[in-house]
Design a protein around this ligand. Structure first.
Ligand code: ACO
Ligand code: PYR
Length: 492
């Protein structure tokens, strides 16, 4: 068993330009607790009034996880942490000559003395102390040992080796952790940064060498290139090392998206385990293999991390992929229709396009020579936005006669912005008509400039059925509403 020390709310929030409101911090702390992390580093209490307000909200929740504050080796920082009622302090002492000479402007002796004073002060005030060596991986190992041994004598509860600028390698991590494990008896933690893309590998090596705990963040966010990612470390431990962490892995995808939303940091499509492409397949040979057994091209089931498998049609698709798509969309084609649809997919693919579910339906209708049947039609939409009005959208939807629903629905809704208002109006108009949920929404400018072509991609769900639709338009509101309408027409 390895302990998970989550620092999304401290090192993660140190991502340049990121700042959480107290209520956002509280919500994320609750989600991290539900995920099953052992320790939540909720922030650095000394930072600001808002930070202390947020940390007090978190400690007031009586979560299962230990709540910690980052502190420098300074009584004023420890007092700030105490004022937030935290359980523990992550007491950080710079140990490299670079940091001591240039940043602290202290000798080793002075630094050691101040560090021990801080450990004593925190212990005297009833705190759990994790004594951390900042820039440990560029520090003199003998000095590190001296700091940790002295901390252990003063009843520090854990120590942490920080690879502050991410220069560790997996083999060096093993050496360093073994040395620390042979030196001290209290639990050893590892804190890795991703400057060379090795934070996860170094964390795993440290654990294989005996580290009892690791510092991680959701989506690997954090200073500069970030920290070791929680989902990568936890799933590698579970699947590749057979080591448990107590994390409820099925919640990983959801929390990844919540953190991304609150921190305003998009999750790259190719992000391991939780990225949109982590279980997406286009290449024909892969999809054929997957249809025969998912083990062929997936190391784990996507559901294990709350993600889902996606089969994408495009230039690299084979016929097995098309058959699969037709099956789940419940569409039967004659041999000739199938062959023509397949060659059109290849032709679209050669133009650099991927084929969404709506595109596939359009291609099939072309092949069959029929018009796309639309049961719900956007008759009218008006959106108002400005500096003195709350964004408001009014919408009129018309329903086809054979729908057995209504002829016409008129609704209005507010939103955070014009797109949000328009989508809220669509959702409101559909209430009681169809149980369709907007699962995912993303937008990107396809060209530059203020008149850029905007592409919106939505994932809509009705029960177990999920469709993906993309729509390009010069107007972001229209791209969003038309994507919604196309998806609704596929599902209704
Ligand atoms: C590797 C890491 O992630 S370290 C964590 C980084 N986190 C943060 O910086 C949290 C947010 N920080 C802040 O809000 C502010 O920097 C504060 C409130 C902590 C301090 O603000 P200021 O008092 O204005 O100091 P400033 O930020 O300019 O400089 C940092 C000071 O802390 C000292 N310091 C840095 N680390 C430590 C440490 N671990 N122990 C003791 N002192 C330290 C520096 O030497 C410097 O002291 P000096 O002003 O006497 O030269
Ligand atoms: C403590 C910390 O965040 C670091 O050394 O990177």
């Amino acid at each position: 068993m390895v302990n998970i020390f989550d620092t999304t709310l401290r090192d993660g929030e140190q991502t340049p330009g990121v700042s959480l409101s107290p209520s956002e911090k509280l919500e994320l702390a609750i989600k991290l607790d539900e995920l099953g992390v052992n320790i939540i580093e909720a922030g650095s209490a000394i930072t600001s009034k808002g930070e202390r307000e947020a940390m007090k909200l978190v400690t007031g929740q009586n979560l299962n996880a230990e709540i910690s504050s980052f502190v420098r080796a300074l009584p004023v920082d420890i007092d700030a942490a105490l004022s937030c009622d935290v359980d523990s302090v992550h007491l950080v002492v710079p140990t490299s000559d670079i940091h001591m000479t240039y940043k602290l402007r202290k000798s080793r002796e002075e630094n050691l003395k101040d560090a021990m004073h801080a450990v004593e002060y925190a212990k005297d005030h009833g705190l759990i102390v994790e004594l951390s060596a900042e820039d440990a991986t560029r520090s003199d190992v003998e000095f590190l040992k001296e700091l940790f041994l002295k901390g252990e004598e003063l009843k520090a509860d854990r120590i942490c080796v920080c690879d502050t600028v991410g220069i560790l390698t997996p083999l060096k991590a093993i050496d360093l952790i073994k040395t620390m494990k042979n030196t001290i008896k209290i639990p050893v933690s590892i804190h890795c940064h991703n400057d060379f893309g090795m934070a996860t590998a170094n964390t795993l090596s440290a654990i294989s060498a005996g580290a009892d705990q690791c510092h991680v963040t959701i989506n690997g966010i954090g200073e500069r290139a970030g920290n070791a990612s929680l989902e990568e470390v936890v799933m590698s431990l579970k699947s590749l090392y057979d080591i448990e962490t107590g994390i409820d892995t099925e919640k990983l995808h959801k929390i990844s998206r919540i953190v991304s939303k609150y921190m305003k940091i998009p999750v790259p499509a190719n992000k391991a385990l939780v990225g949109d492409n982590a279980f997406a397949h286009e290449a024909g040979i892969h999809v054929d293999g997957l249809m025969k057994s998912t083990e062929t091209y997936e190391p784990i089931h996507p559901e294990t991390v709350g993600n889902r498998r996606k089969i994408i049609l495009g230039k690299h698709s084979g016929k097995a992929a098309l058959k699969y798509k037709l099956e789940i969309m419940n569409i039967g084609l004659s041999h000739e229709e199938f062959e023509e649809t397949y060659s059109k997919i290849k032709a679209f693919g050669d133009l650099g396009k991927y084929i969404s579910d709506v595109d596939l339906k359009t291609i099939i209708n072309q092949v069959r020579g029929v018009e796309l049947e639309r049961k719900v039609i956007l008759d009218e939409i008006t959106v108002v936005s400005g500096n003195k009005v709350s964004p408001l959208a009014s919408i009129n939807l018309k329903f086809a006669n054979d729908c057995n629903i209504k002829d016409n629905v008129r609704e209005a809704a507010y939103g955070l912005g014009p797109v949000d208002a328009a989508i809220n109006a669509v959702k409101k108009a559909l209430t009681g008509v169809a149980d369709i949920e907007l699962e995912d929404y993303s937008v990107r400018a396809m060209t530059g400039g203020t008149d850029a072509l905007i592409e919106v991609v939505v994932h809509l769900r009705k029960g177990n059925e999920v469709v993906e639709v993309k729509k390009a338009h010069g107007d972001v509101v229209m791209a969003s509403v038309e994507a919604m309408m196309d998806g609704i027409n596929l599902l209704i």
